[in-house]
Design a protein around this ligand. Structure first.
Ligand code: NAP
Length: 501
């Protein structure tokens, strides 16, 4: 008899999976946010049900305490199934709603995995992430949802390399299923009634968990859709791109906003755009460095202090930006990392990576859109990472944030109106303080690309309206290597990075 913990077990796929596992005689731990006395199904009893609201930042501690009180010290299967959806124009999703979605769909799975790592390791257990077939699709009406699911894919890709031989990691990609999720986001019942039943999708998911394959799309159509979305992404991007409304707006004086512009690639980007005649605004938490870079650029540069992990600070920065013309280029560059073995890194440090790299960028971009601060013909630039193509053991949460950002960029590309475009950048190792801080050893620092060369590639890519930019030949080769031979690339990364930590 295995011990199986399922989050989001009170409804839909989670509930149906619980019913199947109960029939198979497994020991269940069911997590949900509702009070036990409101749950009518006989599955839910005091020794099985753990009430924990995953939208709260300490829910992983609640679960841990519940398990400790009952002496549960091994978990064979941890299924991260709880999730919330949201449908509509991306600019309508408020910062609080974005933060809640990132918390439930991404931060809670990271935190619960971290907290229960020992119990999983003791059982030589397995972690299953319930992602979605949409994680690789540019569906702009679900842009933040897509970003959270893509981030789970990225987290799993890197975590699996770290835990191989100790804990198995799998990601399931169901497609649309007839569950309460659709009613919760306001979808018409006539639409979701036609989707496959939760029972049948859950049965397929339980069967898939018996396999070793890392990513499994559930159902034949979803398998095909996932293969095409990965192999021929442009087909979906073209099909889903909103009809471009012709713009008669006169071109405004170019105004580039760079987050994390106080140092490294961001500072080089700010200098490059300023040299091309753009008004530049640097957004950074480091006022001293930010003001120094701004002063060195000259009169056409300004600085706004912002803490991207603080929703109010982002709102405040957007208010301050109203002093200048609309933004013609937004470079979402700011990012931190947390390098080390996943189970040994402080959780708070890793969650901060998600707050700054992902939530901060999403909230800033959508707030600028909502407040009409982006010029009609603008360019959005997102700094992702090569970890999207090759697992990054030793920085699994960083990789999650960067996969999420790349997926969000793809949905923004599909949503872009008029002549607006989106560029996603995948830099390789760059000679910055960031790389120095997070690398296991800096013996090959001179081999890293200079921030100025990366900034040049970003400038050329953004001005040339290119979708994807791989600065330097090495980055492109590495991305192709990761796509064609993922396991070999992962082994190489494990040897060169993880084993040296
Ligand atoms: N249905 C689909 O078409 C579809 C397609 C692809 C992927 N998925 C994914 O499949 C998973 C299950 O979704 P579903 O369709 O079964 O949806 P669902 O019926 O809405 O079930 C979601 C579960 O997550 C729980 N949950 C939501 N917020 C929570 C919170 N803050 N704390 C604790 N639990 C919380 C819900 O609790 P309540 O019962 O209290 O609301 C419910 O038990 C999700 O990750 C979803 O993204 C679904």
């Amino acid at each position: 008899m295995r011990t199986i913990l399922i989050t989001g077990a009170t409804s839909g796929l989670g509930l149906e999976m619980a019913r199947i596992f109960r029939q198979q005689g497994e020991r269940l731990i069911l997590v949900g946010r509702r009070p036990l006395d409101t749950l009518t199904d006989p599955l839910f009893t005091a020794d099985v049900y753990c009430q924990a609201d995953l939208s709260l930042p300490d829910s992983h501690r609640t679960i841990h305490q519940w398990l400790t009180e009952r002496g549960v010290n091994q978990i064979d299967l941890l299924i991260h199934n709880a999730g919330i959806g949201w449908v509509g124009p991306v600019a309508d999703q408020t910062p609080a709603e974005i933060a809640e979605m990132v918390q439930v769909n991404l931060k809670a799975p990271v935190a619960i995995t971290h907290t229960l790592f020992k119990q999983l390791e003791l059982a030589s257990g397995k972690i299953v992430f319930v992602s979605s077939v949409v994680s690789q699709l540019p569906l702009h009406k679900y842009a933040v949802y897509v970003a959270t699911k893509a981030a789970l894919d990225g987290f799993a890709r890197s975590l699996a390399v770290e835990t191989s031989g100790r804990i198995a990691v799998q990601v399931l990609h169901p497609g649309a299923a007839n569950t309460a999720m659709h009613a919760k986001v306001g979808t018409d019942e006539a639409v979701y009634r036609k989707y496959p039943s939760a029972e049948s999708v859950a049965a397929d998911m339980v069967r898939a968990m018996g396999r070793r394959k890392r990513h499994i799309a559930i159902g034949a159509t979803n398998k095909l859709m996932r293969s095409v979305s990965l192999g021929l992404p442009l087909i979906f991007e073209k099909a889903m791109r909103q009809k471009a409304a012709e713009s008669d707006q006169a071109a405004v004086k170019p105004h580039t906003v760079v987050t994390g512009g106080a140092d490294g690639i961001g500072a080089a980007v700010a200098r490059r755009f300023a040299a091309a005649g753009h008004t530049v605004t640097i957004l950074d938490v480091d006022a001293e460095l930010g003001q120094a870079v701004t002063a060195s650029i000259g009169a056409n540069a300004s600085f706004i202090q912002v803490d991207l992990s603080d929703l109010d600070s982002v709102q405040d920065a957007v208010q301050q930006l109203a002093r200048w013309s609309q933004v013609s280029t937004l470079v979402n560059n700011a990012g931190i990392s947390a390098a080390g073995k996943f189970e040994q890194l402080p959780l708070e440090q890793m969650l901060k990576v998600i707050d700054i790299n992902l939530t901060g960028a999403l909230v800033l971009t959508t707030t600028l859109m909502r407040q009409d601060r982006l010029a009609n013909q603008h360019q959005q630039v997102y700094l992702s990472s090569l970890s999207k193509y090759v697992g990054y053991p030793g920085a699994a949460v960083y990789a999650a944030s960067k996969d999420g950002l790349a997926a969000f960029a793809k949905t923004m590309q599909a949503a872009a109106v008029a002549n607006s475009r989106v560029t996603t950048v995948f830099p390789g190792p760059t000679r910055t303080a960031h790389a120095r801080r997070y690398s296991p050893d800096n013996s090959r620092e001179d081999k890293r690309m200079s921030p100025e060369a990366v900034a040049e590639a970003i400038y050329e890519g953004a001005m040339g309206k290119r979708r994807l930019v791989f600065p330097g030949a090495g980055a492109k080769v590495f991305a192709i290597f990761g796509r064609l031979l993922p396991r070999t690339a992962e082994r190489a990364m494990k040897k060169t990075i993880y084993d040296k930590l």
